[in-house]
Design a protein around this ligand. Sequence first.
Ligand code: SF4
Length: 439
Amino acid sequence: MNKTFYLETFGCQMNVVDSERIVDLLDGIGYRQVEQAQQAQLLLLNTCAVRDKAVRKAYGHLGRFKPLKDADPSLIIGLGGCVAQQEGEQLLKEFPYLDLVFGTHNVHRLPELVDAIEVRRGKAAAIDFLDRETRLQLFPNRIGSEAVSRFVTVMQGCDNFCSFCVVPIVRGREISRPSAEVLAEVRDLAAQGVREITLIGQNVNSYGVGVSGETDFAGLLRQVAAVDGIARIRFTTSHPKDLSEELIACFGDIDKLCKHLHLPVQSGNDAILGEMNRGYDRQHYLGLVAKLKQACPEIRLTTDIIVGFPGETGADFSDTMTLLEEVRYAEIYSFLFSPRRGTRAAELADDTPAAVKQERFDRMLVLQNEISKQSWARDVGQLREVLVEGESRQGRGQLFGRTTWNRIVNFSGPPELVGKLVPVRVTKSYRNSQLGELV
Ligand code: SF4
């Protein structure tokens, strides 16, 4: 029982959940997780392919493992996740010190693959997509948790094929987990003291579509809300075209549902939205925002924006700027367009100079920083309910938790408050967190 592994995770919540599974699976074959790569016999990266920067980062981290392998050839080095799915076995040739490649549908095979390498000292790759029935058997189900807040996977994959996105290629088609299983996991987590559940999926609000006899996402949300012990519910990521009236209504009448929604818009311009294959236009999106604010006046929204999509003109970009002013998101997650191999947008002509894109991007951040600052400043002096998640890194006696808007608040208090909802008066607002006093 003294084998050790080191794991680094990149990318979205789906990878976070896959990594939790990796930890459980490796624990089952006698591997203990360590914090330093230098202490491990098995080194793993769980990668993200959504942007070129993320891929380069993964390769950069892989390169750091090479000297360790040179010093100790018995080390096993593995790469999983979306880069593994997209690049496959050729990674083993490209990086001769790499022993193992495992794709997004093959996390469950990790013990068997590691075992085979340990015995044969060869290399291994598993990147096949699995059929629907097998995938249904393999939804991650976390057994045991000491955390206050947990992700629960309700669906995987995506059928939308937004023209810029590699997810349908590396994660496969949409599949919804049976609601009975979701509820069983939530009940189990609640019994272990978990207070907040975030239901996750690439396109979470299309949950249940096309599955006969299954509830839709709004129905699932109401069932999860009925589980005793769960104090808060969140969900991500939502697609605007699948945001139903029923789901909007949930923000008005489910007390446990946090008053925050991440609703990726990507662009404020109709022509660009069309080229992106998003399935909605600006007017429809703004209509959803109005309905959400009507159902829940306190709701705060966050979004994703892509700047510099092929063919985006200065006027197209201005539409995104005016949209930000109109919606007044609490935060945006913005990215410069990054062509991904295999996607339609990667084939589109793009004659906008990189410097022009960067200037637009910078200008947008200046605008959004001011909007975000104003949004969070509204909390200063106000009493906010905070779910305490743990003791903060700042030192002893400091706790941290989140408001309903997913904002981190640091404040002084005893550790017994971890896992509890407490009233905190916000005293200061910083760029990424807030400071408060327990009331
Ligand atoms: S909805 Fe679009 S952006 Fe989201 S995962 Fe699916 S294809 Fe990608």
